[in-house]
Design a protein around this ligand. Structure first.
Ligand code: FMN
Length: 195
């Protein structure tokens, strides 16, 4: 099996992180992987806002948690037992799970492919992170982290163009030492249709 396929199969969402920051060289590699992702029309419109400020990430993650209303997990239906999400554990108050690096990906408002552009970049970055021994988690509905006066003030502080919006966040950090790497849920049947 190719090394790339090994990484694709190994990558899992990580939500339990060490407090120590990721290495700068690794961050640069991960960002490069995002920058070299495909983009609609080759426009390269995604803006990657990298925040490594612990207090700020915590505060935005808490705002996001307050603004999220996930369908809570049941015994039969859950996101992850090994790396519980905010839908699995109501005690989790930070939707960014205390990750040391939070990258908010912004894209133009009213652009048909804004989400697509961020998603393909994020997948490149998650695979690059896995290859470097760094855990990651894709966080959808990025704008909910900024949906209060504090979040709005942060957008101004970061000089985010007002015609851009926060599509998603990508969390990065070292998986909590001692945690077993999570296993993938079995793949569902019927997802591939040969036509
Ligand atoms: C579009 C999208 C949005 C997601 N949003 C969240 C989120 O808000 N919070 C979270 O903990 N995980 C989020 N995830 C991660 C998924 O829960 C995770 O990919 C899924 O449970 C499968 O697990 P795996 O990534 O380990 O294979 C998101 C993933 C995608 C693709």
């Amino acid at each position: 099996m190719s090394e790339l396929m090994d990484i694709i199969l190994h990558r899992r969402s990580i939500r339990r992180f060490e407090t120590r920051q990721i290495e700068e060289n690794a961050l640069q590699e991960i960002l490069k992987a995002g920058m070299y992702a495909p983009s609609a029309g080759g426009r390269q419109g995604v803006l990657f806002a990298v925040c490594q400020n612990e207090e700020l990430n915590k505060r935005l993650g808490r705002i996001k948690r307050v603004n999220s209303n996930p369908k809570m997990a049941t015994a039969a239906s859950y996101v992850s037992r090994e790396q519980p999400s905010i839908a699995d554990d109501p005690n989790l108050k930070n939707a960014f799970y205390d990750a040391s690096t939070v990258i908010t990906m912004f894209a133009p408002k009213n652009f048909l492919f804004a989400v697509d552009d961020c998603a393909v970049a994020a997948e490149n970055m998650m695979l690059a992170a896995d290859s470097l021994g760094i855990g990651s988690c894709y966080i959808g509905a990025g704008w909910t982290a900024f949906a209060d006066p504090y979040g709005q003030m942060i957008l101004r502080q970061w000089n985010i163009r007002t015609d851009y919006y926060a599509v998603m966040q990508l969390l990065l950090g070292y998986a909590l030492s001692g945690d077993k790497h999570p296993s993938a849920k079995p793949r569902k049947d019927g997802g591939i249709v040969r036509v």
